[in-house]
Write a protein that binds this ligand. Structure first.
Ligand code: BJ8
Length: 424
């Protein structure tokens, strides 16, 4: 099916978009479809990826025509539950490829992290159908790159809403988060003309909890040896988490987990039983940023967990459904989101504890800390964490990179050496 008319109606750059899809499809074939012994349940993800700018976007457009709104966002602090509670649709926005960087650099300094540059690049080059579909794009005051970037991004998009966020886990910080959730809820009600009720918010919490429980179940199954699923496929699942219809996603990931349970019982896996097990930790990896996991797994190791926002940091906690009123349920949401241990917080000791716990839970042999160049929060924490993890006998490799493919050879050499170190 051709979606060119839909993309043209969205104002996208058709020629450049066709080229992007071709590159994506080639990369996917090479990195994903060549993996050995993939679970059959990954066919669902293959289909979702093949239609990521097609069928899913059409669903959004159809929903808009039926009167629903689409809300795009960049950060796991944006509460999907409030979006669903006004019958709107939540989508993660494209930030994982080196596209439109020259255009982005007309607005941003060269030494801006690739994730921020990519958000500008996708918009300026007209390549992200999710951005073009969004009735509102929600930014958040997290790192300086994003915060200052939004001051210009607002002039590039039709409707930008910026959510303020605390930087310290203090009493005042929590009050700010709560006030911002209340302000966002009121904004969404105005945008959609629909009232958030205790029933609609409860149902939204149930839907999002179910989605998070499905990826948590998947995470637990990866503790098995041999690993029943690759890190590359697991990362993809955690990325698709942000764009797919939540109920369909939950159903299919639970089916996949059923299959993995059978595999584990049979001792079947995607890697050798003695393959080095690696935990990846750091900056989010948005679609189609698969560079580091691909190198790790092509070199005989297996990734057993992602301490990333496109991974456990994004999905770890559930919201306890307590209370019978909207304010009580918003309090419950605040409790859940308050636990996110993003590196923009200071101090951020909980995150190191999370990394150590994941190493133990998934029996990881080493941690690869992944930072995007010019990302100060994660790069600085990686130096801090390295000392403490190594002191605990956990081997660490710190990688700083961007979205280009130029350093692939150098990265492969360093990762290979790290895998050798782990094996000894
Ligand atoms: S909760 S990690 S999604 S802010 S890589 S843009 S931090 S300079 S993305 Fe994030 Fe929310 Fe935190 Fe998660 Fe800045 Fe670093 Fe770039 Fe980053």
């Amino acid at each position: 099916m051709s979606y060119h008319k839909m993309w043209a109606d969205l104002g996208m750059n058709l020629e450049a978009h066709d080229q992007l899809l071709q590159v994506l499809s080639d990369g996917y074939q090479k990195q994903f479809l060549t993996q050995k012994n993939r679970p059959a349940g990954m066919q669902y993800l293959d289909f979702v990826v093949s239609e990521i700018h097609g069928l899913r976007v059409k669903e959004l457009v159809d929903a808009q025509q039926a009167g629903r709104k689409v809300v795009g966002s960049f950060c796991v602090f944006v509460p999907e539950e409030l979006i669903l509670a006004v019958d709107a649709i939540s989508v993660g926005l494209c930030t994982g490829a080196e596209v439109g960087f020259e255009l982005a650099e007309q607005y941003l300094p060269r030494n801006t992290c690739a994730l921020v540059k990519s958000s500008f690049g996708f918009k300026l080059a007209g390549l992200c159908p999710y951005m073009e579909t969004s009735d509102v794009i929600v930014g958040e005051n997290t790192c300086d790159g994003k915060k200052k970037g939004y001051e210009q991004f607002k002039d590039l998009v039709k409707n930008l809403y910026v959510m303020d966020l605390p930087q310290m886990k203090s009493v005042a910080g929590k009050e700010l988060l709560k006030a911002e959730f209340i302000r966002f809820a009121a904004y969404l009600e105005k945008l959609t003309g629909k009232k958030i009720t205790a029933a609609s918010l409860k149902e939204a919490i149930r839907v999002v909890n179910a989605k998070r429980s499905a990826v948590a179940r998947l995470a637990r199954l990866r503790a098995a040896s041999p690993a029943p699923i690759s890190g590359l496929d697991s990362l993809l699942i955690n990325q698709i988490f942000f764009n797919e219809n939540p109920e369909r996603f939950t159903e299919n990931i639970n089916k996949l987990c059923d299959e993995l349970e059978v595999r584990i019982e049979k001792g079947d896996g995607v890697a050798l039983k003695d393959a080095p097990r690696i935990l990846v930790s750091g900056c989010p990896m948005a679609v189609p940023n698969w560079k580091i996991p691909a190198i790790i797994e092509q070199n005989g190791a297996v990734i057993v967990g992602e301490e990333l926002c496109t991974g456990e940091r994004g999905a770890r906690w559930l919201t306890e459904i307590k209370g019978t009123t909207v304010p009580e349920l918003i309090d419950a949401l605040v409790e859940r989101y308050w636990q996110i241990d993003c590196a923009v917080f200071t101090p951020n000791e909980d995150r190191l504890a999370s990394v150590k716990k994941m190493v133990a839970d998934y029996q990881a042999d080493g941690v690869l800390q992944y930072s995007l160049q010019f990302c100060q929060p994660y790069t600085i924490e990686s130096g801090l964490f390295e000392k403490q993890l190594e002191a605990n006998g956990i081997p660490v490799l710190n990688i700083e990179t961007d979205y280009s493919m130029e350093d692939m050879g150098q990265l492969a050499t360093r990762i290979e050496a790290f895998i050798e170190r782990i094996k000894q």
